[in-house]
Write a protein of this length. Structure first.
Length: 478
């Protein structure tokens, strides 16, 4: 599955947007930086004693673990050496990945193998993706997982508890373990549920049974209680929950932050268990649109209040930087600590190459202006699967902005988001038409073509062709 992020949705068409709040948004939240936050609760494990207090930004000055499995795949590609030493996320995408399951998706290394190897590399930070919720990826099919909608007890005891036991081992006390918590889960409970027309049966079911909230709060509380872990909860991306002040019916922005805040108190989860949030995981949304502002006036009205402009469609944002800055503030006002930091997955949001514009369009027609000015080349922001034309984005780096702890590569470049056609498999992966290049879309992507590459394997499996295109269209260029 991929990340399916996008699954987005929603577009609103009415709007009283008002001056959105450019000002408010911009109001910078300044950040971070205080000293630590995260709670230093004592772990029951032996690791507690050796551990240091949590630092404000685990990435600052840190050497980040390079996953040898991904690195070998990258290095085997022509030109791949240029990035084979970059840190990428280690996905625990099913229970057997904890032990190591020799699958083409995750390789043969289990969690302990990765942690041991991180210690051997002398790394300070390792990035683990917690991704196995019951009824996973409810708005898409390409990354449905092994656990059924009601399998919450198995999630807690066979998956989370096992990971906690390993991460809490004293042997790893000196590593800062970043846990990226459950991609593509909670925002679905806002955007893809009834009575919205974007609802799916699976998301309605997950909302009704409460198992996303139960699972995420349990994972955050249990993992966050260890002395050297750093939880970053997945927060979608601007093209999914960037609709805020436009109208009440489609307010994804405030509603999502409120939903995250409502987890505090569940399963013993506290604000101190949350170090921050991550946006754009495995997605393609840009860091910034250099040639146009979302509230710029073109053709007589602001772009974000133009009913004839599908690319913007009343979204309050056109990029991840502005979105994360504003969403961070919104999370703080919903109970999270005021020094939380944001991560942005920049693995595939570069959009370089021949089609990248080099300046703003001179057109005064709003649609032409945006289409000629934007660097994000998707048909629509709800497109999430193997986007043709994408390139690597910013290389992983710490503290690029005051409110951003790091740009990270959580989705390992070259790994598929989903199969282009149905491929039988034993990983619980379905076939999602959003990965079929010929698919003409559905309400969740505004009935646009999928924009997906052809001939792609099931999610998580390697695609040389996609990897090569990402290298070629990298921005900044390699
Ligand atoms: C897949 C996982 C995979 C991850 C990283 C997800 O879309 O469902 O199996 O590990 O991507 O490539």
């Amino acid at each position: 599955m991929t990340l399916n992020r996008s699954k987005q949705t929603t577009r609103s068409r009415r709007g009283r947007l008002g001056a959105l709040a450019a000002a408010t948004l911009a109001a910078a939240v300044v950040s971070s930086v205080a000293v630590n936050t995260a709670g230093a609760e004592e772990s029951p494990d032996e690791g507690a004693e050796a551990a240091q207090a949590k630092v404000d930004n685990p990435y600052e000055g840190a050497q980040v673990y390079v996953n040898p499995t991904w690195s070998a795949n990258a290095a085997a590609e022509p030109g791949g050496e240029a990035i084979a030493d970059q840190p990428t996320g280690v996905w625990l995408d099913r229970t057997s990945a904890i032990e190591g399951n020799d699958s083409p998706t995750t390789g043969s290394m289990g969690l302990r193998d990765h942690l041991d190897e991180a210690v051997a590399q002398g790394a300070d930070v390792i990035q683990i993706v917690i991704y196995n919720l019951p009824g996973r990826d409810c708005a898409a099919l390409a990354s449905n997982g092994e656990l059924g909608p009601d399998d919450i007890e198995a999630y807690k005891s066979d998956y989370i508890d096992e990971i906690v036991a390993i991460q809490g081992d004293a042997a790893y006390a000196d590593l800062r373990i970043v846990n990226v918590i459950e991609i593509d889960s909670l925002p679905n409970l806002i955007t893809n549920v009834s009575p919205r027309e974007t609802a799916t049966d699976n998301c309605d079911e997950m909302k009704a049974n409460g198992n996303y909230e139960d699972g995420v709060s349990y994972a955050v509380a249990e993992l966050g209680a260890l002395p050297n872990t750093y939880n970053y909860i997945d927060a979608g991306h601007h093209g999914w929950i960037g609709w805020g002040d436009t109208n009440e019916q489609y307010d994804n922005f405030h509603a999502s932050a409120e939903l995250f805040g409502s987890l505090i108190g569940q399963n013993g989860m506290t604000a101190d268990h949350v170090h921050g949030f991550i946006s754009n995981t495995a997605n393609y949304s840009v860091l910034e649109e250099p040639y146009w502002a979302v509230d710029e006036n073109v053709g007589g009205q602001p772009l974000n209040q133009n009913p004839e402009l599908p690319w913007v469609d009343w979204n309050d944002f056109n990029n991840e930087k502005d979105f994360t800055e504003a969403f961070r503030e919104e999370l703080v006002s919903n109970g999270f600590n005021d020094d939380i930091g944001m991560l942005i997955d920049t693995s595939r949001n570069g959009w370089g190459g021949d089609y990248r514009p080099t300046g703003p369009s001179s057109s005064d027609d709003p649609v032409t202006f945006v289409d000629e000015s934007r660097i994000d080349q998707r048909f629509q922001k709800g497109n999430w699967c193997n986007q043709a034309g994408a390139g690597l984005g910013e290389r992983p780096q710490a503290s690029p902005e005051a409110w951003i702890d790091a740009y990270v590569w959580i989705k390992p470049p070259g790994e598929s988001d989903g199969a282009s056609e149905e491929i039988p498999n034993d990983e619980g992966k379905g076939f999602d038409e959003m990965c079929d290049p010929d698919y003409e879309g559905n309400i969740r992507n505004g009935n646009n073509p999928s924009g997906a590459r052809d001939d792609m394997p099931i999610s998580g499996h390697w695609s040389s062709e996609q990897f090569q295109e990402l290298l070629e269209n990298a921005y900044p260029p390699l």
